[in-house]
Design a protein around this ligand. Structure first.
Ligand code: ADA
Length: 578
C-alpha cells in the first residue's frame, strides 16, 4: 500500500511489485540505442521496489543500472505510469519508446500513454544513482545513498476524463469553521469535447454536484469554494481527519485533510493557538535490509517506539519520506519536519549557486510540497541542512527556496538547519531556525551556553529575535553493546551522557522551543575509500542512533525516554510489556 487508505475506488490501479530483469551498466555503455539487443539474454532479477545495494554482491555499486518488466493488459486503455520514487536520474521506455526523464530521488513522477492496446508491453527504466557536484545530495555526504527503484511503480487505467490533481486549501474562520477551497484539475483524452458530471464528498457526504466541460484532448480546472462549520480541529491528542473524494464519471480520487492553524509569536510556535514544546528525533527512512525501500510494517513499529519515548514530533532527515509514513503521523497526531536532501556539511559555498543544482533543488521542493500538501502533520518545510550559511551564495539560495515555498503554501513554517549558529547571515529569512550543534562530540565539551548566548545576540542583529529556535541536531556516537563503568568515546554510556546533559541545557533555555535528537536509529554511512571524509563512522555506520540499525534500544534511548516522558524511574527501562 502506498497510503494507509484507498485513494481510488473506480480507477483501476495495480502495483508492479515483483522481480524485474536487471543489469548494471558499469561502464555506462549506453544500452539506450540498441538496448533490446544489448540487454543480456540471461539478466539478473531484482525486487522492485528495493535498493540494489541490499542485494548480495551489489553493496557498494553507484552508477547506471537498467530494469525491465512486462505488463499485460486484457483490454485496451489509456495508462498512467506512476513512479513513486527512483533514485537519481531515471529514463523510462515503453515498448522501446522513450517516455521521458526525471531527476530526483524521493518524489513521484508520472507519464500518461493514450490508447494502449491489449496484450504484452515492455517497460524499461534506466537509472543512474551517481552523485556529483550538482546532485541532491552533493557527492560528499555521510549517509549512504542507495540506488534503484526504491518505492513502488504503479500502473493506472484511465477513463477518457480523469482527475489529474486535487488541491484542498482552507482558512480557519473560527474554532470550528473554515473557508474551504477545492481545486480539481481534470484532463480529457477524448478526441471530442466532453461533458462529465462531477461530485465532491466529505466523509462520503456529498457537498457538490456539477458538470464540467472539457475541450478535445484538453484540461480544465474546477474551483469550489464553500464555508464549512462544525469542524473538528486536528490536534495531536485528537487528530480529526476528513476524507475528501472527487468523482467524475468513471474516475475518482480521495485525499485526506485535517483542519489546524500554525503560527509563531515571541519565539513560540503555536498550533491551533496553543504553545508547543517539541520533543523529537531525527529519522532516516533507512534499514540495513531494505535501504530506503522501507517496509510499511516497520514504519508502524518505528512510530510505536518513537511515541513510547515521549516524542510529539519527528524530523524527516534528510529527504521526503514515504506517504505511508506521513499518513501514520496524521493519524497519530505526530508533527513532522519535512526537508529535501540539500546536505551541506561538505558542500562548498562556491558550488551552491550552480544553476543546475538550484533548478533541481527548486523542482524537488516543488514536487515534495505538491505531493504532501494535505498532510496536517507537516508543520515545517525545511529548505536546506548545514550549508554554508555564512556565504552570499547560501543567502541567495535561501531567498529562492523560501520564496518558492511561500508561494506554494502559506499554511506551514519555512525552516532550515544551520551549523553556523554564531556566524550565520541567513537568520532573518526564515519562520523557524534549527541549530545543529555537536557539543561533547565534535566540539569536545557539552557546555554550549556560550554558543547559545552568541547566537541569541546574533538573532537580534539579524531581525530574528522573535523567530522560534529548535535544536535540530545534537548527540554523539555510541556503539550498540559497548558499555562499561566509564564513559569512553563511542560507548553507550558516553552517548547517553552527552544527550542527558544537552537536553538539560536546552530545556532550561526559554528561547528554545524544542529538540530533535540526532538520531533515532543507526544508519549506514557513506565511506568512500578515496576520500578522507567521515572516517570516524565506526562499522561504516553513523552510530548516533538511540536504537541500533535493527531498532534495539541503547542506554541513550532510555535516558531520552526518561527526560521526554518525565519518568526518570530507574525501573522503567522501556519494556514494551506493559
Ligand atoms: C550533520 C548532519 C547529519 C549527520 C550528523 C553527524 O549534522 O546533518 O546528517 O551527519 O552531522 O552525525 O555528524
Amino acid at each position: 500500500m502506498i497510503r494507509t487508505f484507498q485513494q481510488h475506488r473506480l480507477r483501476q490501479c495495480q502495483l508492479l511489485d515483483g522481480l524485474w530483469d536487471f543489469v548494471f551498466d558499469k561502464d555506462n555503455m549506453g544500452l539506450t540505442e540498441e538496448w533490446h539487443t544489448n540487454f543480456p539474454s540471461n539478466p539478473d532479477r531484482i525486487p522492485v521496489p528495493a535498493c540494489w545495494n541490499n542485494e548480495l554482491g551489489k553493496y557498494d555499486y553507484e552508477g547506471v543500472a537498467w530494469y525491465r518488466t512486462w505488463v499485460t493488459l486484457d483490454d485496451s486503455s489509456h495508462l498512467r505510469l506512476l513512479f513513486h520514487a527512483v533514485m537519481g536520474h531515471a529514463d523510462v521506455y515503453w515498448d522501446g519508446q522513450h517516455l521521458g526523464y526525471h531527476y530526483g530521488g524521493f518524489t513521484p513522477f508520472d507519464f500518461t500513454i493514450p490508447n494502449v492496446t491489449a496484450g504484452v508491453h515492455e517497460l524499461v527504466v534506466r537509472t543512474d544513482s551517481t552523485l556529483g557536484h550538482n546532485t541532491l545530495p552533493y557527492h560528499i555526504v555521510d549517509w549512504f545513498h542507495y540506488g534503484g527503484i526504491i518505492r513502488p511503480v504503479e500502473i493506472q487505467c484511465l477513463s477518457d476524463v480523469w482527475i489529474e490533481g486535487m488541491r484542498i486549501t482552507y482558512d480557519m474562520t473560527g474554532d470550528s469553521s473554515a473557508d474551504v477551497r477545492v481545486l480539481l484539475k481534470l484532463r480529457s483524452m477524448s478526441d471530442a469535447p466532453v461533458e462529465v458530471p462531477v461530485s465532491l464528498y466529505r466523509n462520503d457526504e456529498i457537498f457538490l454536484n456539477d458538470n464540467a466541460y472539457l475541450p478535445a484532448k484538453g484540461s480544465m480546472e474546477l474551483v469550489v469554494e464553500q464555508a464549512w462549520s462544525d469542524l473538528q480541529r486536528w490536534e495531536p491528542e485528537d487528530p480529526a481527519l476528513y476524507m475528501i473524494r472527487a468523482v467524475t464519471g468513471h474516475d475518482d480520487r480521495t485525499d485526506r485533510i485535517g483542519f489546524r492553524t500554525v503560527e509563531t509569536r515571541n519565539k513560540k510556535i503555536l498550533l491551533n493557538g496553543k504553545e508547543l514544546y517539541l520533543q523529537g528525533v531525527n529519522r532516516h527512512e533507512e534499514h540495513p535490509e531494505w535501504g530506503f525501500a522501507f517496509p510499511n510494517k516497520l514504519m508502524n513499529k518505528e512510530l510505536d517506539i518513537i511515541l513510547q519515548m515521549g516524542c510529539n514530533t519527528v524530523r524527516g532527515s534528510h529527504y521526503p519520506q514515504s506517504e505511508y509514513w506521513l499518513d501514520l503521523l496524521d493519524e497519530r497526531g505526530v508533527l513532522f519536519w519535512s526537508e529535501i536532501p540539500i546536505w551541506g556539511a561538505a558542500f562548498p559555498a562556491s558550488e551552491t549557486d550552480d544553476p543546475l543544482f538550484v533548478e533541481r533543488a527548486l523542482t524537488m521542493m516543488d514536487e515534495m510540497i505538491e505531493r504532501d500538501l494535505h498532510h496536517p502533520s507537516i508543520l515545517f518545510w525545511s529548505v536546506h541542512n548545514e550549508i554554508d550559511t555564512r556565504s552570499k551564495q547560501a543567502y541567495e539560495l535561501s531567498i529562492k527556496m523560501t520564496e518558492l515555498v511561500r508561494s506554494k503554501d502559506q499554511s506551514r513554517l519555512v525552516a532550515y538547519a544551520t551549523m553556523h549558529p554564531m556566524t550565520d547571515i541567513c537568520l532573518g529569512l526564515f519562520d523557524v531556525i534549527g541549530i545543529n550543534y555537536y557539543g561533547g562530540w565534535y566540539f569536545g565539551h557539552v557546555e554550549f551556553e556560550e554558543m547559545l548566548e552568541v547566537f541569541h545576540e546574533r538573532c537580534k542583529e539579524y531581525g530574528a529575535e522573535d523567530t522560534p529556535v529548535l535544536m535540530t541536531e545534537f548527540g554523539g556516537a555510541g556503539v550498540y553493546g559497548d558499555s562499561g563503568w566509564e564513559p569512553r568515546l563511542f560507548s553507550e554510556d558516553y552517548q547517553a551522557d552527552i544527550l542527558g546533559k544537552s537536553l538539560k541545557l536546552f530545556r532550561s533555555d526559554s528561547k528554545i522551543s524544542g529538540t530533535y535528537v540526532w538520531q533515532f536509529a543507526d544508519t549506514r554511512a557513506q565511506l568512500q575509500s578515496h576520500l578522507p571524509h567521515f572516517r570516524d563512522r565506526a562499522r561504516s555506520f553513523n552510530n548516533k542512533g538511540l536504537v541500533n540499525e535493527y531498532r534495539k534500544p541503547k542506554l541513550a534511548y532510555r535516558v531520552v525516554k526518561g527526560i521526554y516522558t518525565g519518568h526518570n524511574d530507574p525501573y522503567d527501562w522501556g519494556s514494551t510489556l506493559k
